[in-house]
Ligand binder design. Sequence first.
Ligand code: GTB
Length: 213
Amino acid sequence: MTVTITAFERSPDGGQGLARDTRVRWALEEVGQPYDVRLVSFQAMKEPAHLALHPFGQIPTFEEDGLALFETGAIVLHLAQSRAGLLPDDAKARARAITWIFAALNTVEPPILELFTAKILESDMPWTKERMPLVQDRIRDRMKQLAARLGDADWLDGDFSAGDLMMVSVILRLRSSGILNEYPNLAAYVARGEARAAYKRAFAAQAAINTRA
Ligand code: GTB
């Protein structure tokens, strides 16, 4: 069956791989699932055809054999549960790996998104400068806790899993702020994720679209 995902016609990040189709591409590459990409403009995302797939008018979406999904957590979890390679066989280890997907999205990503909201959407607000250290320190709280849990392990719970894929995808966004490098074991964790052949293929595929002339 053909898998089709959606991605920005041209990502505002110019190919840095920060838009969320990259994590879905990465999961597809990890499980060896070929896929097609339908590129959508910002305008098309808000039109009925795309809203039927994604009620919030965003990318990415996932379609296969009559199934349409949105939300990267749901898409990555679906891929991990329907193909081998991203979740352990042992039921308890599997549940723990899934826990890390939720932790990445529900506990670690929200303060990181706050930083980008503050920097991009609220940059000209009179209170933004004053608020910024607070926003950054909320991220540091989470990073410190995550760094303590990871310790000197390669991955969060045994072998690389969908939980690591999601966590790496979430925290790599902090690199440009300098905060990631304050936690050397987390910076090394991200580097290990990015060194995976599947990540490199995913990154290259989105870069080919977002850096074209
Ligand atoms: N919770 C959803 C999920 O995980 O799938 C969030 C999806 C989402 O935020 N999609 C964004 C989108 O479609 C693209 S990834 N935005 C358009 C809109 O809402 O109108 C977020 C993103 C966008 C751009 C950059 N960048 O340029 O650096 C990084 C991340």
